[in-house]
Design a protein around this ligand. Structure first.
Ligand code: 76R
Length: 282
């Protein structure tokens, strides 16, 4: 089969952008205090200006989303969460940082490359109706109709939030990678769809109990990363991070099938606040 216009020798346009949704990268860095100590005051002033430009979410070259946070513990000093349709626009932030005046003082600690998607477990309108029926709602009842109408109303915005999210203005965030088990007898990927769907519905119900306290973004690493998913949580208060993850450990989807990588907990800041917090160039 031939692709592209007939009789054309032009290569088909190549794009790195997904049909829908965005690329996403999480980056974590630590400062090398020895290198910082060897820099003169004037060099710090220039380096600060430069790093603040690179981390300015409003800058012309900035990806669609750029969030800076200061990391708790010694896994890293600060983190970036970056999203854009163009993966190179995201990666260029990392390269511009590393090649900047502060570049020699930056040690990359961890990164996670992923993309957004609408999970196959997000119920369509028909599947949502199915769930309501399964929960014993009468098809003709006013309650059933009201719930269907409400779901139909919020689904487009929810899907947009999954694909091209606005970051919540909440101060605490936590990122961790996760897999679903592939072991003999406990293989998520050999489990029937209905069963997975049932477990994910249970999972979603426990998640919804944290509405107003925790907001989640699941990005997919399958085919791109060492782990299958990246979990980004934002919380009004860090105690909710602890509460939600504990609660979910009891959901069968997590209890039986989930495997987790390292957790990176951090607090959202501006780039200026991050530099002051890390006592860099101040
Ligand atoms: O997207 C949606 O809100 C629809 C329901 C839903 C899906 C499909 C949902 C709801 N999640 C979904 C998918 Mn989730 N989620 C996690 C973790 O720590 C743990 O035990 C697991 C890490 C948390 C804390 C969390 C929170 N979820 C997924 C998937 C992808 C599975 C796939 O596609 O195969 C993973 C790996 C995963 C893991 N989830 C919610 C939450 C919360 C808080 C909700 C409710 C969202 C809301 O209220 O809008």
């Amino acid at each position: 089969m031939s692709h592209g216009p007939p009789h054309s020798h032009e290569p088909a346009a190549i794009s790195l952008q997904p049909d829908e949704g965005w690329h996403c990268s999480h980056f974590y860095y630590a400062f090398d205090r020895g290198v910082l100590a060897s820099m003169h005051d004037a060099a710090h002033a220039d380096a600060r200006r430069e790093i603040l430009e690179i981390l300015d979410p409003e800058a012309a070259e900035a990806p669609e989303r750029l969030q800076t946070s200061v990391v708790a513990g010694d896994k890293a000093d600060f983190g970036l969460m970056l999203m854009d349709p163009d993966p190179l626009r995201i990666e260029s932030v990392n390269q511009r940082l590393l090649s900047s005046r502060y570049g020699p003082a930056l040690k990359p600690c961890y990164s996670f490359v992923s993309m957004t998607e609408i999970s196959e477990y997000v119920p369509s309108l028909e599947q949502y109706a199915e769930r309501l029926r399964a929960e014993g709602e009468e098809e003709e009842s006013a309650g059933f109709k009201a719930k269907m109408k409400a779901y139909e109303g919020r689904l487009p915005a929810m899907n947009q939030q999954r694909l091209t999210p606005e970051f919540p203005a909440w101060p605490a965030t936590c990122f961790y990678p996760m897999n679903k088990k592939r072991e003999v007898g406990e293989n998520w990927f050999l489990t029937e769809f209905d069963q997975r769907n049932r477990l994910m519905a249970e999972h979603a119900r426990s998640g919804m109990q944290f509405a107003g306290k925790v907001s989640q973004l699941i990005t997919v690493g399958v085919g791109l990363e060492d782990w299958e998913w990246g979990v980004t949580l934002w919380a009004r208060n860090p105690q909710f991070l602890k509460e939600i993850v504990y609660k979910m450990r009891f959901d069968e989807a997590s209890a039986r099938y989930a495997e987790f990588g390292l957790f990176y907990t951090s607090y959202i800041t501006t780039a200026v606040e991050m530099l002051s917090h890390c006592r860099v160039g101040v």
